[in-house]
Structures are given as structure tokens and as C-alpha cells.
Design a protein around this ligand. Sequence first.
Ligand SMILES: [Zn+2]
Length: 277
Amino acid sequence: MVIAVFENDKFNIIYSKFQNKRMPHAILVNTNCMEKARNDLNLLIKKISCPNLYQDKCDKECNICYQLENNLIPSICDIYPFKMTIDRQQILNLKEKFLAKPLYLDYNIYIINYCEMLNFKSATTLLKFLEEPEDKILGFYLTENLEKILPTIRSRCEIFNVLYENTVNNSEDLEPIITKYLQYVKENHNITFVYNDVFLETNFERKDYAKMLKHLLQLFELKLYNKCQNDIVNEFNIENNIKIMELIKQAIIDIEANVNIELCLMLFSRELRNYYE
Ligand SMILES: [Zn+2]
């Protein structure tokens, strides 16, 4: 259930800027937890778009909030990286979409998730939005890696550092699942079987899958420093570690971007298997 209170107070500051008509046209959210920041951002968008005073029940009872909740509003453009990059075509599509006046909302709103993955060309294409701000366009840039953001983007946004507490995963519960999963991948089981046998009985929600992959990513990170305790992770060839980490990162992004989880994990498993020697 969505609660009409921001988890992080910085979003109250952004919201009051909006109420005082001093909203920046481009906001860069630098956070330690993409998932929580995204929840807060979704709430912010509802609060600034709801024709009434937004409250929880709006998601069902208010037409605009219902459509926002179900991603049905055409005036919102949600951009995620593909293959670890946000390419120029995605930005061109955005620009074309925003030639039209906003529909249902007062603003055309775009969100660049993992904006550190804008490459030089796509960032350059974006600059027009940032340099000649139009009244009816709002942009939100989200990242967990502020230092990797291109200076041209960074300098044209108002930056908010949004830190959340308790973002550490409960890794004890995840470890046995990950181990079982990798064991099956390694033993070259049928990928559908791997998915069914490992995941269908876990009662995982979307966020749990992302969590599991984030934990897996941590294990590969530890492996780089020879500190990984998980035997089956250690069996992967260290020379491929960076590639495997990129593969995991992209799977996390895909899952957070609402793709079909089953399909995503099956493709992921298939590619991961290639790295077992
Ligand atoms: Zn509403």
C-alpha cells in the first residue's frame, strides 16, 4: 500500500518548492537506495499531479492517481538503461513525445533512472531540455553514483542528496537461495526448471528479486578482493568478474523497470551459465 508520507524528508523540501512555485525544472536525486527513492518520487509525482489533495485512497478513487499508479499517463516518460547504457535514440523518442502538450497533467514529466548511464551522445541530446527549460516540462534524474554523472548534466540540475537508513539486505535469508540457484545453473539444468524450482516457492515479490541480485552483486564484488565466502561464486573465473557484474546490474535494472521477471531471470540464467567453465 502506498502511504502518503515521504520516507525521506528531502522530498518534502522538493514538494514545498513546488507548492511555492519554485520547483526546479531538473532535479538530480543522488541516493543510496534507488528503490526507496523511486517510491518517494512516485509519491511526489502523485502529489503534484492529483487534482485533489493526494491521499492513499486516491490510487483507487481518483482518476489521475489511478492512471499514475498503473503507468497509464502518456505525459510521463520513464527511461531506463538498456545494456548498461542510455542511448541517443531513447532521448530522441522522449523529445518527440514531448513536442505535444501534456495530456491529463499540467506537466510533461521525464525520469532518467540510473542517469550515470547516459553516454556522451545521449547527454548532449538532452542538453536542450536542460539549457532552455520549458515551462511545462519537469525532469528527474536518479543515481546511486553521483561522481559518474557527466558534468554537463550535473551542473544544470539542482542536486538533492537523499540518504535512507536500513538499506542493508537481510543476506542470511538470501544466501541459501542464491547458492541453490547457482548450483542448478552450474549443473546445467533446464533453465525453466531452475526458475521453477528455485523461485516459485520463495514467495518473492519484485523487490525481493532485485534484492537477491543485489546480494549476488555484492558477492562478486567481494570476490574481486578475495573476500567472498560463497564457494560456488568463487568457482567463477575471476577474469570474467567485471562482465558478470555488469550482467547482474542490468538484470537488476530490468527487474526494477517492471519487465517480466520470469523471462528476465531465464535470460539472465542462460547468460550466467556461459561463465561457468
Ligand atoms: Zn488523486
